[in-house]
Structures are given as structure tokens and as C-alpha cells.
Design a protein around this ligand. Structure first.
Ligand code: GLU
Length: 290
């Protein structure tokens, strides 16, 4: 059996807050309890929002919390060739297609069809109605030659025909049947971002030998899509443990803009890592010394 390998995979788009600390500690503990490995991965594919100073602060915060991890860490922006190769493999099997639609066009198309926009999950973008899937090859070639910007979408119907039914294992929910169909043809790459979150995470977890993905419940739904990508690309399937989200006293999730609960701010106020951990255990984050 492979040793347990977990990871914490933040995006350096802001300061880490208590929610991140809980996620990182959960992954770290799961690895330590099993004498396994804990990895840190920097998810910096969105070059417009990621900044090196946030990355440096992430390492500082995690060290302050008492965590350790092997270096060098994997930085997604340094592996764009790996994501491109995965896209090539999907393209070779006609599983992705270029989509030229803007958000406004997608909305208009849904309205024209007289249907209410179908959302795969609450707050998500409407499910893509498949407009560009129906373009002919010459139409696609002409638009690309003209320089029209496009995204690459997964042809989910064709993908599911190839994979057949899929399941995964979640620590709290047990065996979960993958239900990717309701997400429609998700975007796997854009012009300004040559891979999507789903593709990069799935491939990296495989390449880094991650056996247990611990992450917040807010990413539970993402696993449906990621499971399909694993099957299409012949990747190992980790186990999953989606954990509760840390909230403030009003039950709201912390956001990167909440200055007061960043780990840096807590540190400045003299809060210790032991106090942070005790607050998580007692479910009393709001009572941390302020
Ligand atoms: N980078 C993602 C985030 O910051 C987490 C990725 C994952 O755990 O799958 O939310």
C-alpha cells in the first residue's frame, strides 16, 4: 500500500485566514497520524490574481502554525506543459472542442431557448447550452484562423460514454456515485489561463502521488468533474475527506478580504498557534483574543 500523502493547495491571491489554517492543519494531521507525507502546492495558474508576496506569506503562516513539508513545492505555473499534454490527449480523442461564446452570448442563448438557466450547484455559472459543440470543423477552423478568442470545453456526453459509471470514496459520505452530467461541458482551458482548476488539480494530485485529498466541503461538488478527468486521463484516484468550513460567529465563511482574521493579523495581536488549534477543537473561533 502506498503511504498516505495529503496536500494543502492554496492560491496565492491573498492572505491566509482561519479557514485556510483549518484546511492546512486537517491535511497535515491526517498525514502525520498515518506517518505519511504532507505536501504544499501553490495553485497559481491565474497570473492576473496571484502574487509572489502572497506566496511568501503563505509559507510564513504555515511555518508559524508549526507545519513542515518537503521543498521545493510544486508551483502550477511551472508545469503548464503537463496540462497542455493532457489537453492534447483529450483533443486527440475528440473529447474537447473550442467554444467562442462570451458570457453574454451564453445567457442570451439560454433565454432564446426559453429555459430557465440551469445551475449545476448554487451560485455556479449557468450550465453551458452546448452552442459551439454543434459547430462544424470548417467553422471552427475559420474562427480560429480569424483570431476569435476561445475556451476549450469538455464534451461531457462523449466523455461519459468513454468512462461509463464512476464512483469515489469520501470519508464522511462513503461511496459516492459521480454525477458529472449536470455540470455540462465544463471549461478546461482559456486563452489567458491555459488550464482550468479542475484539470490542474486532478493531474497534480496524480503526479504528486496524493492518496487522500482533504479539503473544504465547498469543493465537494468539484469532485464529480475531477473524477471524470481522472478516468479519461488514466490517473490514480485518491480518497477524499471533505471537511466542515470554519465560520465566524454569524455563521459566515471567512474570505481573503477579512483582514481581521488573517493569520498575520492574529499573530500581530499575540494569538498563538496553540490558541488557534484549541479554538478549532472547541468550535470557538469567534472567541479568539481580539
Ligand atoms: N486551490 C484551491 C483553493 O484555494 C484548492 C484546491 C483543492 O483543494 O482542490 O481553494
Amino acid at each position: 500500500m502506498r503511504p498516505i500523502t495529503t496536500r494543502f493547495a492554496p492560491s496565492p491571491t491573498g492572505a491566509l485566514h482561519l479557514g485556510h489554517a483549518f484546511a492546512a492543519l486537517t491535511a497535515w494531521r491526517a498525514a502525520k497520524e498515518a506517518s505519511g507525507r504532507f505536501l504544499v502546492r501553490i495553485e497559481d495558474i491565474d497570473s492576473t490574481r496571484c502574487r509572489p508576496e502572497f506566496e511568501a506569506a503563505i509559507f510564513e503562516d504555515l511555518t508559524w502554525l508549526g507545519l513542515d513539508w518537503p521543498i521545493p513545492v510544486r508551483r502550477q505555473s511551472e508545469h503548464l506543459d503537463a496540462y497542455a499534454r493532457a489537453l492534447d490527449s483529450l483533443r486527440g480523442r475528440d473529447l474537447i472542442y473550442p467554444c467562442f461564446c462570451t458570457r453574454a452570448e451564453i445567457k442570451a442563448e439560454i433565454a432564446r431557448a426559453g429555459a430557465a438557466p440551469h445551475l449545476a450547484t448554487e451560485g455556479a455559472d449557468p450550465v453551458y447550452p452546448g452552442t459551439c459543440r454543434r459547430l462544424s470543423e470548417p467553422e471552427r477552423a475559420a474562427r480560429i484562423a480569424r483570431g476569435d478568442p476561445f475556451a476549450l470545453r469538455l464534451n461531457l456526453t462523449a466523455a461519459l460514454e468513454e468512462t461509463g459509471p464512476l464512483i469515489w470514496h469520501d470519508a464522511t459520505r462513503g461511496t459516492v456515485v459521480a454525477e458529472a452530467r449536470r455540470f455540462g461541458d465544463v471549461v478546461l482551458a482559456r486563452k489567458e489561463m491555459p488550464t482550468s482548476y479542475h484539470l490542474a488539480v486532478t493531474l497534480d494530485d496524480h503526479l504528486q502521488g496524493v492518496t487522500l485529498v482533504t479539503r473544504g466541503e465547498d469543493l465537494f461538488e468539484a469532485t464529480h468533474i475531477q473524477r471524470v478527468l481522472q478516468a479519461l486521463l488514466g490517473l490514480d484516484v485518491p480518497n477524499y475527506a471533505h471537511h466542515r468550513l470554519i465560520t465566524d460567529e454569524d455563521g459566515r465563511r471567512f474570505a481573503k478580504r477579512d483582514r481581521a482574521v488573517t493569520l498575520a493579523a492574529l499573530r500581530e495581536r499575540g494569538v498563538t498557534p496553540a490558541e488557534v488549534m484549541a479554538a478549532f477543537k472547541a468550535g470557538a473561533v469567534a472567541r479568539l483574543p481580539g
